[in-house]
Design a protein around this ligand. Sequence first.
Ligand SMILES: [Zn+2]
Length: 241
Amino acid sequence: MWPGVTRFSLVCLRFDDYHQDVDNETWVDVLSRYDERGLRGVVAVCPKYEGERLSADVVEFLHDLRENGWELAQHGYEHEDVGEGRGGPLYDDRSEFAGLDYDEQDRRIGAGRDILESHGIEPTTFIPPWHEYDRTTARALADNGFDCINEGRWPVPRTVEGITLVPTHVPAITPYMVGAGVVTMVSHPQLEDYPMKNADAVAGYEDRIRTPSEVVDWWRNRSTTGRLVDAAEPLYSLYSH
Ligand SMILES: [Zn+2]
């Protein structure tokens, strides 16, 4: 029996791939049920999924959620596989960002942000498609007004190039297994047989729920561990890219 969520956990509930051609009815239904249970999450909004620009009618209900404390994050730009992910057994070899030069990453991040801003959404959290990004992505994000990437495979955040990485989970160890640290439970509402699974996983620990931007605020401004780990960044940057 795995410990799952405990009082030593902080949990982000994340809903991936909201975009123009999404099954809006299912999304509204599922996210409303989370909302009615008093749960809050982060919605990964793709500005121009496979070339389809987000329109005003589909973002309406996102604004309602935001008023209830939900966070709206930018999920890539076009969700195209034009980069090169880390690959291997633990990571994806697809990416929209990793491996591209700074100018192209900056263009995609900025163009996506412009679309979201045209709908009144000002994201501070970025969610890279297929979980893949590189240090250049972090630099381009910092230059575009972001301070968070909701991705990372250690159970604690860390800050790189001015961007705080809010972890998803340790590779091959699901968020339902670890009883401590920061985890993100990712779901895709229109693809799940039982979309309330993550709501059940946090039952009794609703006070451990944070949005990624709330984790960033805690990590940077209130956590002693956060200050210590971030102060060591120049040291471990020697060993990672
Ligand atoms: Zn995605």
